[in-house]
Design a protein around this ligand. Structure first.
Ligand code: BTN
Length: 252
């Protein structure tokens, strides 16, 4: 914790040895954090991690589970879809530092894949009715043995230690994640085009057949990449669609 306070680009650290969900804690604490400050909510044991949609996030011992309460971000509303990709790209950059030559990929909007399997998931929420403050929740498999994971995720998941062939210093990995999140959020606020270049080159789904589930329909077609505004571009028999929400249910 001392190292985090000294070395990580966050203003406050709230550590809990165990908790149900760091995102839930962060959503409750956000109102107490000054508008221009950030807070890291960190736990060693998350008991009921939330995933996107109805999913749960399982994290065994040796995983990283944390939520970053961002400072207020003054972003035009139409740019908020870019926050997911920005966080995902930041995590790709952080992961890359520890997997010696491995090339992490970004599955739109923000899953991090290594060698075709998921290494990190991100859940972004907004506290209360706030429109400019975000809780970026991250679950990253680092040293946790995946044999502990439920059967349905075991074969689809990987970890940094599996990719690196050795166990990794958890605090160093966390600091790298926080540094990359800070750097990428600054690029987002500055309107830098570097971000869109980054997520385009890291994109996992390009050229693949995908099925995207939206609240009222499902879109199937071939992924033609990620637009500058963060949309997933899907070529369907009736033309190209730019999609801003939904869940990629399937890709081949
Ligand atoms: C997903 O892939 O569906 C997103 C998973 C997000 C999991 C993280 S772990 C830390 C934070 N707290 C939660 O309850 N969920 C996120």
């Amino acid at each position: 914790i001392r190292r985090l306070i000294d070395e990580a680009p966050v203003h406050h650290v709230h550590y809990l040895p165990e908790t149900d969900s760091t995102n839930e804690v962060a959503l409750h604490r956000a109102g107490e954090v000054a508008a221009d400050q950030s807070e890291l909510v960190l736990t060693s044991r998350q008991l009921r991690g939330k995933g996107r949609g109805e999913n749960r996030w399982h994290a065994g011992e040796g995983a990283l589970t944390f939520s970053l309460i961002t400072p207020r971000l003054s972003l035009p509303r139409e740019q908020t879809p870019r926050i997911s990709l920005t966080a995902g790209l930041a995590m790709c950059h952080a992961v890359e530092q520890f997997v010696g030559g491995g090339h992490p990929q970004l599955k739109w909007p923000n899953d991090v894949f290594l060698n075709g399997r998921k290494a990190a998931g991100i859940l972004i929420e907004s506290p209360g009715d706030s429109v400019d403050r975000f809780v970026i929740g991250i679950g990253l498999n680092v040293n946790n043995p995946l044999t502990d994971a439920p059967a349905e995720v075991r074969d689809l998941a990987t970890s940094l230690s599996e990719a690196a062939g050795q166990s990794l210093p958890l605090t160093d990995v966390l600091i790298a994640c926080l540094q990359q999140l800070d750097a990428c959020l600054k690029l987002l606020l500055a309107g830098s085009e570097e971000l869109a270049r980054g997520w385009r080159s890291a994109s996992l789904l390009d050229g693949r057949k995908v099925r995207l589930a939206l609240p009222t329909e499902a879109i199937e077609g071939v992924c033609r990449g990620i637009g500058d505004d963060g949309a997933l571009l899907i070529e369907t028999p009736s033309g190209e669609r730019a999609c801003y929400g939904g869940v990629v249910e399937r890709f081949e």
